[in-house]
Design a binder for this molecule. Sequence first.
Ligand SMILES: Cc1ncc(COP(=O)(O)O)c(C=O)c1O
Length: 396
Amino acid sequence: MPKISNKGIHMPESPIRKLVPYAEAAQKKGKNIYYLNIGQPDIKTPKIALDAVKKSTIDILAYSRSEGSETYRIKIAEYYKRNHINVTHNDIIVTTGGSEALLFAFGSIMDEHDEIIIPEPFYANYNGFSTSSGINVVPVISKIEDNFALPPIEEFEKLITPKTKAILICNPGNPTGYLYSKEEIKQLAAIVKKHDLFLIADEVYREFVYDGIEHYSILQEPGLEEHAIVIDSVSKRYSMCGARIGYLVSKNKEFIKTALKFAQARLSPPSLAQIASEAALDTPQSYFDDVKQEYVKRRNVLIEELKKIEGVKVAKPNGAFYCIAELPVKNSDDFAKWLLESFDYNNDTVMVAPAAGFYSTPGVGLNQIRIAYVLNEESLRTSVKILKEALKAYKD
Ligand SMILES: Cc1ncc(COP(=O)(O)O)c(C=O)c1O
C-alpha cells in the first residue's frame, strides 16, 4: 500500500473534535448533551451581513483578487482606525478564515525545523498548523495560579536559539481568556526587537474584552512595524464562523509581499462571504454592547458556580469566551469520555474539551478542561450542576 507522510502521521487530532464519536453514540442512546467544548457562539449573525448576500445581484460567482476585494480591505482599514490601529488596505490580506492567515504567516516567515515560541496553553490548532508547516513549537508554560498571565520574559529569552523566528500570542486568549496588558505587550515588543524576531498576535477575540479593560494591539505599539503580524477573523466578532473570512495585517511590506504569493497560489478568498463580511463592518455598536453584556453575565455565572464545586480551580477570564478549569481528576480525557459514555444526570450530560491538547509539553494540563461559555445562562447553570454531580460519582 502506498505510504502516507510522516507529517500526516504526526498531525495532531483536534482535541475538541476527537470526542465527537462518543457524543454521537450518547445522543443515539437518547442522552441530551450540553456542548461546552466548542467555540461556536449561539449569538445571531448581524442581519445586515446576511441581507447583503440575499440582496446581492451578482450573476457570476467569480474569483476575487487574491488579497481580497479592494472595497472590503479599505473598509477593514477604517475599522482598524476606529480601533486606534493605523493601517491601510495595502497592509491587509483577506484570507479564508484566521486559520489560513496563520498558515500563510507561518509559511512566509519560517522554514522547516524553525522554531516558534508560544505561551501555553494555546489554541490547539497552532500545533496542527506548525506540523503542516514543518516547524517546531517551543512552549513556555503559563500557570492557572497566575490567571495565565504572560510568563516572566526571561523564560522566553532562555528559549531563543538561532532557529527561533517568532513569538506567537493569542490576545485575548483561547483557551485561557487572558487579556495581555499594555505592559506585557511592551515586554514582548522589547524582546522581539532585541533578537530581531516576528511577533504574531492572534487577535480574533479583540472585541470580547470585559471589566472596562481596553485591548492593546501589537499594531498600536510604536517601533514594532517590521515585527508585528496580526491574525484576525470575522468568525467570532460577528458570529460568522461559516463565512470563512479572516485577515493578515502587517506594516512589514516584505512580509505582505511574501504572504500574497501564498494567497495567489490559492487564487482567492470566498467571494460571497466577502460581501457578507464587508456589510458586517456596518454592524451597529449596540450589537457588540449587547453581546458583550451577555458574555459577561455568562462568564460571571460560570465562574461563580464552578468555584462552588469542591476541588475545582478556575482562572477568571477577562476576554474571549473560554475558561480553563482544573478538576479533581487524574486524567480529564478519560473523564470527558466517561461523561459521554457512562454518566447522565436526569438524562443530561456535558461535553467538555480536555485541556492537555492545548499544551505541547507532554503531561501538562492533564487534570484541566476548557469550557466555552457559548450557551445561555440557564444552560450554563444546568451544565455546572451536571459537572458537580459527575465529579461526585466519578472514580479514577
Ligand atoms: C484563537 C483562534 N485563532 C484562530 C481561529 C480560527 O478561526 P477561523 O479560521 O474561523 O477564522 C480560532 C477559532 O476558533 C481561534 O479560537
